[in-house]
Design a protein around this ligand. Structure first.
Ligand code: SF4
Ligand code: SF4
Length: 110
C-alpha cells in the first residue's frame, strides 16, 4: 500500500497548489508525487516523480513534457509521431481540466 505521505523535491519558485477544481497552474505536485498512467509508461516506473515533468524558468511553473516537448522526453522525433504523442498526452492527462489532485502540501519543518 502506498504511504499516506510522500516527500518530494519541488522547485522553490513553483506556485502553490490551486484550490480543487481550479485550473492547473503547473505546481507540479501531482507529477512529483507519482506518475499518471502515461507517466508510468514514459518513466518506466509506478512510483516516484514522473520523468516527463519539466520545470520552466521562463514560465516559473512545471509543464508536462509529454505535452510541451514529447520529442525531448521520448527521443522520437518524427513530426507525425510527435504530433500523435502530444494529442494522446492531451487526452490522457485531461490537459486543461481543473486540478483534481487530492494532495496537501506541507513545507518541511525549519
Ligand atoms: S494538476 Fe493540480 S497538483 Fe497537478 S500540477 Fe496541476 S495544479 Fe498542480
Ligand atoms: S501529466 Fe505528464 S508530467 Fe505529469 S505524471 Fe503525467 S506524463 Fe508525467
Amino acid at each position: 500500500m502506498a504511504p499516506a505521505y510522500r516527500t518530494v523535491l519541488i522547485h522553490p519558485a513553483a506556485p502553490p497548489p490551486p484550490a480543487p477544481g481550479a485550473p492547473c497552474n503547473g505546481c507540479g505536485l501531482c507529477c512529483l508525487a507519482e506518475p499518471c498512467p502515461l507517466g508510468m509508461l514514459v518513466s518506466r516506473r509506478r512510483s516516484g516523480p514522473c520523468a516527463a515533468l519539466r520545470w520552466s524558468d521562463a514560465d516559473q511553473r512545471y509543464w508536462c513534457g509529454m505535452v510541451a516537448d514529447p520529442a525531448g522526453v521520448t527521443r522520437w522525433r518524427h513530426p507525425w509521431v510527435v504530433r500523435g504523442l502530444r494529442r494522446l498526452a492531451h487526452r490522457w492527462i485531461a490537459a486543461g481540466a481543473g486540478c483534481d489532485a487530492a494532495l496537501q502540501a506541507q513545507a518541511p519543518p525549519g
